[in-house]
Design a protein around this ligand. Structure first.
Ligand SMILES: [Mg+2]
Length: 261
């Protein structure tokens, strides 16, 4: 897999009249926070994003699994589109707020699963149950190596049983590294990218997506299909749909800085 600083990537960027940047936050623009409730705005990053959004050739969106309220605090930059909870809740560039699904539609299921998951985690340390409104997540980074997978598997099984009573295809369960999340099917970065490319079309723009995990891979597929560039942030090469690789969030920032003229 080629490095994103490679000339072939550069020439595609240079040839583009306009570029629509879609940026994941955690693990892509910034190193991971200890827990999802840690919100540490990064002054250098805010400065970089501010400079990017001022370029007439660029449009910038941050697409994150975090709640919109967190992203608003992390990226207080006017003119950037902010998509939280994988795009279920968005703040458009003019400040307009959009919820793509009524919260009332999902809460009965989320509440039922929350009760089961709270019980499943009871007495175990190292787990963090996060209620994101439309979705519910268990973070298990600090769980014991033997306990973590076992508790997550039991929680997933309990959720699947409850989902048999929910409207079909309304919800899905996301896995990950010591992570489990239940959310609406449209809480999906690929779906969100397609929605934005369609609903906020910018003729002639090259879509470019930067992300680091399996939720971003769902967007990579759509971006590549749309003729765009997908950049994966990963310390070592791994199977990916991305076009090229950046080794760290610090490399991401250096790459983004090359778009400033
Ligand atoms: Mg990420």
């Amino acid at each position: 897999m080629i490095d994103c600083f490679d000339d072939t990537v550069r020439s595609k960027i240079d040839a583009a009249e306009r570029i629509w940047l879609f940026l994941d936050y955690d693990g892509t623009l910034a190193d991971f926070a200890p827990t999802p409730d840690d919100i540490f705005p990064d002054a250098d990053l805010i400065e970089l994003l501010t400079a990017l959004v001022r370029q007439p050739r660029l449009r910038v969106a941050v697409v994150s699994g975090r709640r919109l309220a967190h992203i608003q605090q992390l990226v207080p930059v006017p003119g950037i589109l902010l998509a939280g909870t994988y795009g279920l809740e968005m703040q458009h560039t003019d400040g307009t707020l959009v919820h793509r699904l009524p919260l009332d539609d999902v809460r009965p299921t989320v509440d039922a699963v929350k009760q089961r998951w709270a019980a499943a985690l009871g007495g175990h340390s190292g787990f963090f149950l996060e209620d994101k409104g439309w979705t519910l997540a268990i973070h298990a980074k600090d769980a014991e190596p033997e306990t973590g997978p076992r508790v997550l598997a039991a929680a997933e099984q309990a959720a699947r049983l409850l989902l048999r009573d929910a409207p079909p295809d309304r919800f899905r369960i996301l896995g990950g590294d010591r992570f489990l999340e239940l959310g609406p099917t449209i809480a999906h970065k690929g779906e969100t990218v397609n929605h934005l490319l369609d609903a906020c079309a910018w003729p002639g723009a090259l879509p470019v997506y930067l992300g680091d995990d399996d939720k971003d891979e769902e967007a990579f597929a759509e971006i590549v299909a749309a003729g765009g560039l997908a950049l994966v942030v990963a310390a070592t090469p791994r199977p990916t749909r991305a076009t090229c690789r950046l080794e760290s969030p610090q490399a991401t920032r250096r790459w983004l800085a090359t778009l400033l003229t």
